[in-house]
Write a protein that binds this ligand. Structure first.
Ligand SMILES: NC(=O)c1ccc[n+]([C@@H]2O[C@H](COP(=O)([O-])OP(=O)(O)OC[C@H]3O[C@@H](n4cnc5c(N)ncnc54)[C@H](OP(=O)(O)O)[C@@H]3O)[C@@H](O)[C@H]2O)c1
Length: 245
């Protein structure tokens, strides 16, 4: 699949990585880019880059009505980029209650699933197209400081595999993107190395062109993925030293 002439939707378009998806899609020649946000007013600078092609849309992926309204309006979609996500930096046991764990599941797992379900028939009608899911290498090994986030991304990784299997017959490519630390506001207190959000967007979109299903953008994610194959227990033990306060 080519990015040129695609019609894309990016969820969480006003976020640190979302903005770069929009910009890279623009440079790569997407025909139309729907920029989804809970507050479309936050997208004015982004839309100003190319108001003809970047269309701000109201979209909360945890709100059924918002999701179905988007799917009934944007029927020309060929590329869905499930980028919206939250990580609330809570431990499993040290968190005072289950609110954060539930909220992370609601956005990262159920929200991503809901929008994929809503747009799957549209992608089929438009020839197959592709879905990119922003996952995390932390869906493969727990980082206790952001423990319940990791569980929600683990659920999203398995959901990505299942959606890929179910949509293969309609010709929809489903790409899972699993970075380590990305240089955005949410990771400002994490130590380096950090991959730039622009590199994440570029590697993910290149994977669509090259028909690659699993993407580990940046060196840190690639090293962790290799370590997970070689000695997953050693990585788990190393991560286990980083506990929530
Ligand atoms: N930064 C990292 O180190 C890193 C590493 C691996 C994976 N990721 C993943 O990459 C994605 C983007 O992360 P980021 O660093 O760009 O984070 P970010 O700057 O916090 O952006 C997240 C975006 O998701 C949106 N969002 C949250 N809940 C939503 C909902 N219910 N409906 C629609 N949009 C919603 C936010 O919108 P509001 O402005 O309305 O809150 C925001 O635009 C996430 O899925 C994240 O888990 C990030």
């Amino acid at each position: 699949m080519e990015i040129r002439n695609s019609v894309a939707l990016v969820t969480g378009a006003n976020g640190g990585i979302g903005k770069h998806y929009i910009e890279v899609l623009r440079v790569m020649g997407a025909t139309r880019i729907y920029a989804g946000a809970r507050n479309p007013n936050s997208l004015s600078d982004l839309v100003a880059l190319d108001p003809q092609r970047i269309i701000p849309i109201l979209l909360d992926i945890t709100d059924e009505e918002s999701v179905s309204a988007a799917a009934s309006k944007y029927t020309d979609l060929t590329l869905l980029i499930n980028n919206a996500g939250i990580g609330l930096l809570k431990g499993f046991i040290s968190a005072t209650d289950l609110k954060s764990a539930r909220a992370e599941m609601e956005v990262n797992y159920f929200g991503t699933l809901a929008i994929s379900r809503a747009f799957a028939p549209i992608l089929k009608a438009n020839g197959g197209g592709a879905i990119i899911n922003m996952l995390s290498i932390l869906g493969k090994v727990n980082f206790p400081i952001n423990a319940s986030y990791c569980a929600s991304k683990a659920a999203a990784i398995l959901m990505t595999q299942g959606v890929r299997a179910e949509l293969a017959a309609q010709g929809t490519l489903v790409v899972g993107v699993m970075p380590a630390t990305v240089d955005t506001e949410v990771s400002k207190n994490f130590p380096p190395p950090k991959v730039s959000p622009e590199v994440v967007a570029k590697e993910a979109l290149q994977a669509v062109i090259d028909l690659v299903e699993d993407v580990y953008p940046g060196e840190q994610a690639k090293e962790m993925a290799a370590q997970l194959l070689k000695d997953p227990k050693a990585l788990e033990k190393m991560m286990a030293t980083m506990l929530p306060r």
